[in-house]
Design a protein around this ligand. Sequence first.
Ligand code: NDP
Length: 342
Amino acid sequence: LPPDRRVRYAVVGLGHLALEEIIPALFACKKSKLTALVSDSPEKMQKVARQYGIKAENCYTYQTYDKLKDNMEVDVIYIVLPNSLHKEYVIRGAKAGKHILCEKPMAISAKECEEMIAACNKANVKLMVAYRIQYQPHNRKLRDLVKDKTFGVPKFVEACNSQSSANPAHWRHKIALAGGGALPDIGLYCLNTTRFILGEEPTEVFAYQYSTPGNPLFTEVEELVSWQMRFPSGVIANCSTDYNVHESRRYRVMCDRGWLNMDKAYAYKGQKLTTAKADGKMEKQEEIGLAEINQFGAEMDHFSECILKNKRPFTPGEEGLQDHIIMEAIYKSAKEGKPAKI
Ligand code: NDP
């Protein structure tokens, strides 16, 4: 592709995330643009196509999806479907010769992730998992401060991502479509972001799991998972996630000469990075203010740049696979009531 050309995206699945965040963000991107839609709802697709100026011939259904192969106006397919459908649509998209951006969680098992990575390698297309936090400035800044040891050596991390859900009929509460409950949907942010900020991989996990008995939200998927991860450097992370409490999305990294705290850590906007540094017997607290950017736009422009310059994405399929390996160990530990090695 000529380096000055925008990379062209087909968005698959016109649900909440696609309509409220991804598609608007594509119009704020510098290197990416929307050229095609895939949906099972013709009226909705027509409305979206009209609103964003997408040609009728660039609108597909899941049945005509494979015909994207012949569409020279699409470079990337962005999968924004329920979790258990990611694998099929990533593999079919790779076979159509398109680069793939896939929403988190990458799939519903580590084995599926391996198949998706293999299919993209075989088709010689790039695969990226949409871990937007890794493209978010406050979280990136915190990671740099940990790496530089600005506050000394990290010792432990506390991370929590919780929200309350209300609709038991939604696919998020059906095991066949979601693959799990709070852990793969929102707990994944604690897991992935902790790995990102520490820059190392856990070797062991220990977990508890709980669901309120009789609550129809949790007949198929779990409500609460709380887990610890041990890292080779000695750092221990305490993480928790729950689908049935008031929203809380934060983490803190405790170091031997201070701490770094992120409020609204995993939110779409409003991150607040606060630090404390030991200063003799005193403590100096400071908020590190940074300009907000659209995380979704930053993430898509990163992938587009990788395509334009033939670079490996920062969060490739292997990053999704690693999280699924760890999540499987977390469920195993909770089930067996003992630590699980990774
Ligand atoms: P929604 O339920 O709002 O949308 C999913 C869309 O997928 C539907 O609107 C529908 O689109 C399509 N679809 C196809 N088959 C089915 C099916 N059997 N059941 C339900 N929907 C189906 O989900 P979200 O937009 O919230 O989530 C989509 C993906 O994005 C998930 O993997 C989720 O984890 C991820 N996500 C990521 C976030 C992030 O911050 N990165 C935030 C929110 C979600 P259509 O009618 O057009 O066919």
